[in-house]
Design a protein around this ligand. Sequence first.
Ligand code: DAV
Length: 375
Amino acid sequence: MTKIVNSWNDFDPLKRVIVGRADFSVIPPEEPATSEKVPIDSEMRGMWGPRPTETVEKANAQLDYLAKVCEDHGVIVDRPTPLQWNQPVITPDFRTDSMMTCMPPRDILLTIGNEIMASANSFRCRYFEYLAYWPLMKKYFDEDPEFKWTQAPRPRLTNASYKHNYYDEKISLEERLERTAAKDFVTTEAEPMWDAADVLRLGKDLFIQHGLTTNRTAMEWFKRYYPDLRVHAVNFPGDPYPIHIDATFVPLRPGLIINNPHRHLPEEQRKIFEANDWQIVDAAMPAHETPPPLCYSSVWLSMNCLVLDHKTVICEASEVHQMEQMDKLGMNVIPVPFRDAYPFGGALHCATADVYREGGCEDYFPNQVEDPTLV
Ligand code: DAV
């Protein structure tokens, strides 16, 4: 019996992975969820359409090189089948004029044990992104008799799913930070909405970031769907645009997490880590002052690394401070140039989705403290 799908965390030895592709990528038009996400001063505001071909080619070259590096380390690499992302998305509830990309599979696919679930993204432009992964899911389904192929409840994404006038051109950065610290986000609780990259898997415990892309209703849904796992809501004041946990709170091996120093995990939420002897270390500063042009993400993609096993990590090749810190923390670093791929959906962790890591569902947090955030 072939076992193809198995992964419970981000650090056990990686044996099989999906690496995204940048073909046909589009900057999507504004919509209720994304207009909240594009920083006011970003050159991307009001801009949409296919990304320039030469940037797609450069991104693909870096994605292909990442795939090769993984293969050189004994990892089987699968690739998605890109769609023509410039097509509109039309459902009975909404219409938006284009899709986006399949560069970051981490946003769409959540692997928990022998199950891969396609997420319930809050962006309308991402409604059909999962289709790029369906040929792979069918292949795993045919070859691995234990593989569970799942789709989370599809959100309707009507106007009721978003707060209106949430975004106000005049709002200052301080006001935005106050809002996010108060967990006041653009998404409502009308239905479960979540991006897979907001879910940090640590064996029996799931730490899920409440932010612009994932709501509390999603956490309640997770709790009922995975009754054997423990679901913790986490949030990180200090991030004006909290989307995805993987440039904020990144585990390197059992017992060790790096945390974005501008986005600390609040004191009461740290307790469960302290009670189980986990160390939370401030991540090194990024090597760059700005992200590359037309990039959705912040400079903190510096910490968005891909861990190959408890001692080996792939980092972006120009992130000298992050690489130095990894070295000090006892990790062997494999540098991979990736900045040309950033604008398409993020860094090394974003661009990959786990298929197989060797290891089982460990209980890393046997001491469950009185946890105010336990959903
Ligand atoms: O810091 O912009 C990027 C995360 C992408 N998955 C940030 C978060």
